[in-house]
Design a protein around this ligand. Structure first.
Ligand SMILES: [Mg+2]
Length: 393
């Protein structure tokens, strides 16, 4: 029997906005555009839902239902970036991760249980990490197949955690609307309604022959789903586009030493994530936002891809320097790496400015200690850049 997890982020775009802008937390956030524009609500926070706002509602309607709402444009690039970070966490538990949309994924953890504990424990861990590391809420469903796992993640949003056991499947599905069945859109729903079928129970009670006669193959498909049967495999895709971290300061600052220390910390986190996912990256990008909210991003492409913070930091700092960081106090810095490939697919250079072999050994050891004793178990004795210069890395 398979062990499948479906992860679905809660009010994803709105949650990202609330995470990036702490003043929006606990408030009705409506992502989609201004209430005077013609579009529709893309996502809204749970606080906004209390006012009757929901996704796909015209923005002007959301405007009069929730006049105090914080209306924001869709920042797709940002959401994609975070989506990549979520997928990277998931891939630490199984290579069988199928991103289903920007904020949803299936994981087949059947083969991961020996390593990481039961599917339920893995699901807990994943949600906890997304909460702690990315500061975002998610719901999960754990079940023997994709269909049921997705049903599960939807049952108790937000922050839902639903484990579906085989023996509970039929009663659990019975009261749900047929629209929950995979492939049933508004058109089929109407068609089914004409046959007197509204809830999944109505399908469970019908002989499969009637469904087949009325709806052909689709009827058979619905009958199987109504009993919780689904044998589609989880199909992994390599979809991480970048891995990044950023920090907003409590107080704007131009203290160079402090900024470098923070940058190194960010590079270390990025590098560790790369190594955990067995990836290397080649394009390093920094983001600097100054006290006037002016944001610049700059990037550089490495000759050889890397997964080491020493290398990432060296180039990230160079980019920051070339762009005169500290000219104005900064309120945010960030670093990310893209151009990702599987580490195993990359050949190490014979000659390079960084002794890759040495770094590789060093990081293997440090990572092992961190895996065992936690992220804070080991840290640099003295922070770069002095150290960095000394070693010429
Ligand atoms: Mg979602």
């Amino acid at each position: 029997m398979r062990k499948i997890i479906h992860l679905d982020m809660d009010a994803f775009f709105a949650s990202v906005e609330q995470r990036d802008h702490p003043d929006y937390r606990g408030k009705p956030v409506i992502v989609g555009g201004s209430p005077s524009s013609r579009g529709v609500v893309s996502t809204c926070s749970y606080e906004a839902r209390k006012f009757g706002v929901h996704s796909a509602m015209p923005l002007c309607e959301a405007g009069w239902r929730c006049p105090q709402g914080i209306f924001l444009p869709v920042r797709l690039k940002r959401y994609q970036e975070i989506s990549g970070e979520i997928m990277a966490i998931l891939r630490e538990y199984t290579p069988l991760v199928e991103p289903f949309s920007i904020d949803e994924a299936f994981l087949d953890v059947t083969g991961s249980e020996l390593l990481f504990g039961s599917a339920e424990m893995i699901a807990r861990k994943v949600v906890e990490r997304i909460d702690e590391e990315l500061n975002l809420p998610a719901s999960v469903g754990v079940a023997p197949n994709k269909f049921l796992a997705k049903i599960g993640s939807d049952l108790k949003k937000p922050r839902g955690f639903v484990v579906i056991k085989t023996e509970d499947v039929i009663p659990l599905l019975a009261p749900l609307s047929v629209s929950k069945l995979w492939g049933v859109g508004p058109k089929n729903q109407e068609q089914l309604r004409k046959l007197g079928i509204k809830r999944i129970k109505d399908i469970q009670d019908l002989p499969v022959k009637i469904l087949r006669d009325q709806l052909g193959e689709f009827g058979e498909h619905l009958h199987r789903l109504a009993f919780g049967l689904d044998d589609r495999p989880v199909l992994p895709r390599q979809e991480i586009k970048s891995i990044g971290h950023e920090t907003t300061f409590q107080k704007d600052t131009d203290d160079r030493e402090f900024l470098e220390e923070v940058l190194l910390g960010l590079c270390t986190r990025v590098a560790r994530r790369l190594r955990k996912s067995d990836l290397v990256g080649q394009v390093i990008m920094i983001k600097l936002r100054d006290t006037d909210f002016k944001t610049i991003t700059r990037q550089t492409t490495l000759y050889y891809p890397t997964a080491f913070e020493e290398v990432i930091f060296k180039y990230a700092r160079r980019l920051a320097e070339e762009n005169e960081w500290g000219l104005k106090p900064l309120r945010l810095i960030g670093v990310s790496i893209s151009g990702l490939q599987k580490n195993s697919a990359v050949q190490l250079p014979l000659f390079s400015e960084v002794r890759q072999e040495d770094l590789h050994r060093l990081h293997q050891t440090v990572d092992r200690i961190k895996d065992r004793f936690g992220e804070d178990a080991i840290t640099r004795g003295s922070l770069l850049p002095k150290e960095c210069e000394k070693k010429k890395i």
